[in-house]
Design a protein around this ligand. Sequence first.
Ligand SMILES: [Zn+2]
Length: 465
Amino acid sequence: MRVSFHGAARCVTGSCHLVEAGGKKFLVDCGMFQGRDDLGQENSHPLGFDPREISAVLLTHAHLDHCGRLPLLLKGGFQGPIIATPATRDLTAIVLMDAAHILQEHSERQLRHHEHAPSPLYSLVDVFDTMRCFQNTARYGETISLAPGVEATFRNAGHILGSASVQITERAGNARTRILFSGDLGSSGRSFLLPSDPPSDSDVVVMETTYGDRNHRSYTDSTAELRSIISETFRKGGTVLIPTFALERTQELLFLFRKWDLEGFFPEGSRIFLDSPMAIRSTDVFERYADAFDGEIKDLLARQVDPFHFDRLTLARSSDDSRRINEFRGPAIILAGSGMLSGGRMMFHIEREIGNARSTLAFVGYQSEGTLGREIVDGARTVKIFGQEREVHINRAMINGFSAHGDQRDLLDWCRKMAVPELSILVHGEKRSMEGFRKVLPQIGWNQVILPEMGESRELPSRPL
Ligand SMILES: [Zn+2]
C-alpha cells in the first residue's frame, strides 16, 4: 500500500489523499482549497495524479474543502463511483451546486474587469455529472469491497451530518495493511448529533489537526457567551451578524434559538433572519435524517416541535427577501454565509454594519488564514469590502465552542480509543496546530508522527496477519 497527499498537507483546505492498494488507486476526498477569494488559484493547478487512473473516491463528508474538486476530477476523466453516506451525498449536491454558482459569479465579475478572464472551474452541468457518480452509499460499520483484497469501512466521525472516518484494508497472502483516515472529527459536548464511533485499530492513522494545539471553551460557556452578546447588542440597538457555513453550525444555532424562543429569551418584536438559500435547503436535508440526532433535539421531536422552524425566524430565499432584511428596524440576528466572509450574502450585511459600533459580528466557526474573517478576528482596523477600504467599528466576538471540529482534547480522546498505530500522519491543520498536536501525541504513546508535504508519497509496510 502507498499513500500520497494532494491537499490539506500543512494547511486546512483542499483535502485529497491517494491510496494505492491491490493494484488500484483510490482517493479519500477531493476538496477545494479556500482562501481570500474562496476560489484560490490552487484549485486550477493540476491535481497531482491522473484522474483517469482513480478507481473510486471515498468521500468523508460534504464540506467544500473535502468535496469541492470532485467535478474537476470528472472533467479530468474520472469514471469511477463516489462512495459516501446517504446524508453526505444529499448535502454534497447542495454544496457543489452552490460552489458552481459562486464560480460562475466570480468568473462573470472577472470578465467585467479583464478581457481574458478564465472560464469557471466548473459548471452546474459538471456538478450534475458528478452527482451521477454517487452510486454506492456507505452505511456506518458496513464493509465495502473496493477491489480483490481491498475493502473500506465508514464510521461516524461526529463532525457534521453524514460525516465519516474511513478505514481502508489491503490483504495480500498472509499480510495486511490498514490505514485509517480520521476525516474531520466532531467536537464533544454538543447536543446535536450522535458522537463519533470508536475508531478501529489501524497500522497507519491519517489525522486531522484543525485544533490540534488548543481546547475550545465548553459548549455551555459558549452558548452563555452568545446569549450575553445578543442581549448586549440588542440593548444598544444594534444587529448581531453571525457568518455561518450552511451546514451544521447553522442548524445548531437554529435549534439553539428555537429553544431560547420557547424559553422566552428574545425580546418582543425581535427577529432572526436566515439569509441563505443553501442553508435553508441543507436544513431540509437535516430533517430527513432525524435518526442521526442526539439528546435534546430528540426530545423536541418527540413533542412534535419542529427543531429548526419557528415564527420569529424568517427564511430569506430570494435576493429580494435578502434585500428586505435591510428594511427591518427592530432587534435582529442575521445568519448568512459565507462562514469566513469570502463571499455570499453576508458581505452585504457586513458592508452595511462594519462601521456600526452598536452592532456585533460574532464568529462561531474556524477562520482560515488569508480570509477576510481571519483579518477581522485578528483585529484589523481597516479591511477591504467590495474593493473599498472600510474602517472596522463593529464589535467582534469569536466564540469557538460551537466548532464542528474537535479540539485537542477531543482528538486525543479519539486516538486513545484505538491501539497505538505504527505511524500517524498529521494533515488538515496549520503549522502551529500540527506542531502543537505532535508535541502531545507521545503522552498517549504515539511516537512515530510525520507531517507530510504536498505531493509527498509513502510506501506503507504490510504486517503478517
Ligand atoms: Zn469538515
